[in-house]
Ligand binder design. Sequence first.
Ligand SMILES: *[C@@H]1O[C@H](CO)[C@@H](O)[C@H](O)[C@H]1NC(C)=O
Ligand SMILES: *[C@@H]1O[C@H](CO)[C@@H](O)[C@H](O)[C@H]1NC(C)=O
Ligand SMILES: *[C@@H]1O[C@H](CO)[C@@H](O)[C@H](O)[C@H]1NC(C)=O
Ligand SMILES: *[C@@H]1O[C@H](CO)[C@@H](O)[C@H](O)[C@H]1NC(C)=O
Length: 495
Amino acid sequence: MANKRFSLCFLFLLALLPSQISAADESEGREFVLTLDHSNFSQTVSNHNFIVVEFYAPWCGHCMKLAPEYEKAASILSSHDPPIPLAKVDASAENNKELANGFEVQGFPTIKILRNGGTLVQDYKGPREADGIVDYVKKQSGPATIEIKSADDASAFTSENKVVVVGVFPKFSGEEFENFTALAEKLRSEYDFAHTLDAKHLSRGESSVTGPVVRLFKPFDELFVDFQDFHVEALEKFVEESSVPIVTVFNNDPNNHPFVSKFFDNPHIKAMMFINLTADTADSFKSKYHETAEQYRQHGISFLLGDVEASKGAFQYFGLKEDQVPLIVIQDNDGKKFLKTNLEPDHIATWLEAYKDGNIEPYRKSEPIPEVNNEPVKVVVAESLQDIVFNSGKNVLLEFYAPWCGHCKKLAPTLDEVAVSYQSNPDVIIAKLDATANDIPRETFEVQGYPTLYFRSASGKLTQYDGNRTKEDIIDFIEKNRDKPDQQEQVKDEL
Ligand SMILES: *[C@@H]1O[C@H](CO)[C@@H](O)[C@H](O)[C@H]1NC(C)=O
Ligand SMILES: *[C@@H]1O[C@H](CO)[C@@H](O)[C@H](O)[C@H]1NC(C)=O
Ligand SMILES: *[C@@H]1O[C@H](CO)[C@@H](O)[C@H](O)[C@H]1NC(C)=O
Ligand SMILES: *[C@@H]1O[C@H](CO)[C@@H](O)[C@H](O)[C@H]1NC(C)=O
């Protein structure tokens, strides 16, 4: 589940990343990034109070792009006082897989910050270019919360476009202060924390506020909120909840990306409206959407507003087209999707209500049913899956493929041959479905890689084919598993 959410978010952000992969810098001389593997990882990590570790795979494009930046950052941080080490582990190497699994590495690159000889592990959530890495890592290696002593300190600290949490205390001791510091340690990778003795340093601060009080600044909605319960758990909940915008904005502004990640990480139902944010009509959509969001967010729905210019990845993922904009798509926790296209501002609230009342039919991404389908391997799309695979009464071998997948291309001529050899047998269908352009019923088919082959016998027995991808083996399998017409009668009689 977590994995699926990650990949969805990743798809959104992917559209923003520069597509070209810069060639890795073949810098001469010393390498500053430490190379670690299963043989020396624990030993090295236990010697450091603070170390950054990248888990990468040699073939991963984002890793290649990161490499020269990471190396540059390592060289800068090596002259920090004290030096801050950056390391890397090839997580794809067989010997290192157990190590990577121990850190729940699910995608590449995964970067972790290890403290205290490796006893505390935290995700790296910073930028991926050298200067950004240096700033982020420096801050992570320093104190979790910094003192604000002047208005200048405060404006330097809060002017950035992110969530910052400031504790106002009459003195820097006592349980409230300790609890605040403990929370800062825990959440330091996600938020900036500071503490002060004097609330008047803060923008919008009043000298009458003596604390202890926690003031959370955010670049959206009501701009700041105060909180006075210093139980660690209550504080954490307050920070997590107050830092989520009523409507998360997704556009080309990287400052918004942490909020987009948070949007996809939360367990709520996700409503996403895509409009042209630079068009004249945007404001009326925005205000109606905001109203609706305020009304429905108590019902476990989170809201995102996406600019169509930035949403190519999302449109591909959901099978949407630009001429359907403005639109809203909802994805619920079962993976069901609901779609309203060519929206008008006044539709927003009524459509949401209809959705909540269960009056909207789920939306399924599908290519159009092909008008001509007379190649040996039949084309199946989401809209024709029921008819061809489930209701045809035929034995069907179905390939789930992706157009870019090399193994699928390799399999294609073999499948063709298999199909040709069954052409005179009307009881057997060989078919393929482009799984990137059509939604698959996930409760029936488990498709985790391409190609995935399923066989459904005429009587309804579903089996995944994981044999060798040769003509002989596939035909062998079909022959073993298919129902012959007379058998089928028998099965029917038994039912
Ligand atoms: C860890 O071991 C690998 C493989 O033997 C080696 O290439 C690497 O330099 C070692 N790293 C350290 C920090 O000793
Ligand atoms: C600090 O947090 C702990 C753990 O939640 C709690 O038991 C304690 O009461 C808190 N102290 C204050 C002053 O809120
Ligand atoms: C969005 O609107 C602006 C201003 O009307 C227009 O120039 C732009 O082409 C539109 N973008 C799309 C993707 O429709
Ligand atoms: C696939 O082929 C390999 C080598 O050709 C063979 O060892 C293996 O048993 C085959 N697997 C199946 C399921 O037929």
